[in-house]
Design a protein around this ligand. Structure first.
Ligand code: GLC
Length: 543
């Protein structure tokens, strides 16, 4: 177990994201719940993780699956109650697994009492907790658009004003310029810290300092000032792990966010690599092949840019992204090899790795007819694109490739009805491949993707070079091999990953001949790299 009283313990930690709606149902409602997570803690302990990032479980009308919070201190009855949360925190701690809550501080639900008061009267102190502009109905303050489609402004007759929403209209943006609002948020965070949570993930944190009049959404001028205040008032009073979601972060900004003095956050999720396979300047739905060389160089820049000057988070999957094995790997013949390769590539790097539920099983994307999707973003995109005359077949290709529900299909526990996820009707269909791809089968197979993740976690805890080592990209221009070296006081690593189904001749650097193999996704060594082969070599210092 990690000693979480040590400063920067999270640099040695591995996190696992639970999307509660789709993890484990215990009531037959078809929706996962907190007791379900408790019932699977032993599984997570077997995997070897140290913290769970729990997507929002707070009271919410569920317009955006809980990213629209109506009471930050209450658990939504869908998931259980506060007592269930206390049990989860306690049972997690017993197994060395901390709970990291998902804080949505950029916006609330329109059902939050603050917004109910704000929309009723301009004189209410809560009115200024949100972002309002005067106007007349039908004439928006400006032409800004919401991330989920449509105008970013919504008219409220009672106050004769528009409010600003970067996401759905039911997710009004909070006004961080208001000190009383900030205090309310800090008090709420301190209250959760008292409940024993070990960290927070901060939803779209780079958008809190918006200035709509200048059309500024992320990286507003006061962003880092707000973050330093937030951190000093809350996180720094405990030994917490914090990660901010920051689509607009570049390396320079990430150094501020994750500054080694701890004045802001532990780290951020940045998305530079995750937007490479869309048309330049396009939206996520504009599909393009992955530019492999650019992807390697981008990872290398981040590895080197934050080494000693900040901290990386490492992830390929989350609840907003399609399944990585379908996206960058091969979810057909080489599903197992390519899932292991992607894990190896990522877990060999410096940073805190995040595993998204089911990634450790090599779960894949799904193709549903449009009427079976639930995600507000998918449905809005479909309606807008089809109305604009985009051929439906192309719209569906985009949704199948990039839609968020790919990641949100229920967890595949076994080959029984509904994969052991629920005894009721699942809120989103299960992937039919659950009869073959499931946790029970993975645990019974020593060669499974699961045990590869387990081995990677174990290596990180055994060899300090995984945590501390620097990073050198090898053969930067190679079209299928992603190879890099890591070096620290205890020794060196060479990580070699061959992205492709063809055999490939790749010559190991001379000083690596005969080095020890720490982990590979093939049983025996060979002269050429085989389909989707991934190997980690190790040399102790001085050899
Ligand atoms: C983040 C969340 C996403 C949500 C959005 C609005 O990007 O990860 O799921 O829809 O913020 O809260």
């Amino acid at each position: 177990m990690l000693d979480k009283t040590q400063k920067d313990w999270w640099k040695r930690a591995v996190a696992y994201q639970v999307y509660p709606k789709s993890f484990q149902d215990t009531t037959g409602s078809g929706v996962g719940d907190l007791p379900g997570i408790v019932s699977r803690l032993d599984y997570l302990q077997t995997l070897g993780i140290d913290v769970i990032w729990l997507s929002p479980v707070f009271a919410s009308p569920q317009i955006d699956n809980g990213y629209d919070i109506s009471d930050y201190r209450a658990i939504d009855p869908l998931f259980g109650d506060l007592e269930d949360m206390r049990t989860l925190i306690r049972e997690g701690k017993r197994r060395g697994i901390g709970i990291m809550l998902d804080l949505v501080l950029n916006h609330s639900s329109d059902r939050h009492p603050w917004f109910q008061r704000a929309r009723a009267s301009r004189d209410d102190p809560c009115h200024d907790y949100y972002v309002w502009r005067d106007g007349v109905p039908g004439q928006y303050p400006n032409d800004m658009l919401s991330v989920f489609g449509g105008p970013a402004w919504e008219w409220v007759e009672e106050v004769g004003q528009y409010y600003f929403h970067q996401f759905a209209p039911q997710q009004p943006d909070l006004n961080w310029e208001n000190p009383a609002l900030r205090r309310e948020l800090y008090d709420m965070i301190l209250w959760w810290m008292d409940q024993g949570v070990e960290g927070f993930r901060l939803d779209v944190i780079d958008q809190i300092a918006k200035e709509p009049d200048k059309k500024i959404t992320n990286n507003g001028p006061r962003l880092h000032e707000f973050l330093r205040e937030l951190s000093a008032e809350t996180f720094q009073k405990g030994c917490l792990v914090t990660v901010g979601e920051a689509w607009g972060a570049d390396i320079q900004r990430a150094r501020l966010y994750s500054a080694p003095d701890g004045s802001e956050l532990s780290m951020v999720f940045q998305f530079e690599q995750m937007v490479l396979d869309q048309k330049p300047g396009g939206a996520k739905w504009d599909l393009a092949p992955l530019p492999f060389v650019k992807m390697k160089q981008s990872f290398a820049r981040w590895q080197q840019g934050l080494h000693g000057r900040g901290w990386n988070s490492l992830f390929l999957d989350n609840h907003d992204l399609p399944r990585i094995v379908s996206r960058w790997g091969d979810d057909g013949e080489y599903r197992v090899q390519s899932a292991k390769l992607l894990a190896t590539m990522l877990h060999g790097m410096q940073g805190t790795p995040y595993i998204y539920q089911g990634e450790e099983l090599g779960m894949t994307n799904i193709r549903l007819p449009i009427d079976q999707y639930k995600d507000v973003e998918i449905l809005n995109y479909y309606n807008e694109a089809v109305a604009k005359g985009c051929p439906e077949s192309r719209v569906m290709e985009s949704i199948w490739a990039k839609g968020r529900d790919n990641a949100r299909t229920p967890m595949q526990w076994d080959d029984g009805p509904n994969a052991g996820f629920t005894t009721g009707t699942p809120w989103l269909p299960l992937n039919p491949n659950h009869t073959a791809i499931n946790a029970k089968a993975a645990l019974a197979d020593p060669d499974s993707v699961f045990y590869h993740y387990q081995a990677l976690i174990r290596l990180r805890k055994t060899y300090p070079v995984f945590v501390d080592g620097d990073f050198t990209l090898l053969d930067a221009e190679h079209l299928t091999v992603f190879a890099y070296e890591r070096k620290a006081a205890d020794g060196r690593l060479l990580v070699v990953c061959h992205f492709g189904a063809d055999a490939c001749r790749w010559t190991c650097p001379a000083d690596w001949k005969g080095a020890r193999v720490l982990l590979s996704n093939y049983a025996e060594p060979a002269d050429a790299l085989r389909p989707w082969e991934a190997v980690i070599y190790y040399r102790p210092a001085g050899t």
